[in-house]
Design a protein around this ligand. Structure first.
Ligand SMILES: [Zn+2]
Length: 88
């Protein structure tokens, strides 16, 4: 079964934030703010936001809670918030 977010991540043709075209070779990443697919330029501007450290930490903490409950991160949902992804 494919997770909807995963399909969104690999099939996204545009950045959700700036609408920049994404080819299969362009890295894309999930926003820690709204979990949408964004390009690396938008990721950089997210990182520049003053509340980014807090928001990304909360995101990472939630992942840790999942991991401790035994659910882990089997589909890489958390991973893809922090590591750019190319589907080619
Ligand atoms: Zn963008």
């Amino acid at each position: 079964m494919r997770e909807p977010w995963k399909q969104e991540l690999s099939c996204a043709l545009h950045c959700f934030r700036c609408n920049e075209r994404l080819s299969s070779k362009d890295p894309r990443i999930l926003s820690v703010y709204d979990h949408r697919v964004i390009c690396m330029t938008c990721k950089k501007s997210e990182e520049a936001r003053p509340d980014y450290p807090e928001v990304s930490m909360q995101m990472a903490e939630q992942c840790l809670i999942h991991a401790e409950s035994g659910a882990g991160d089997p589909h890489g949902y958390c991973y893809h918030h922090f590591y750019p992804f190319c589907y080619e």
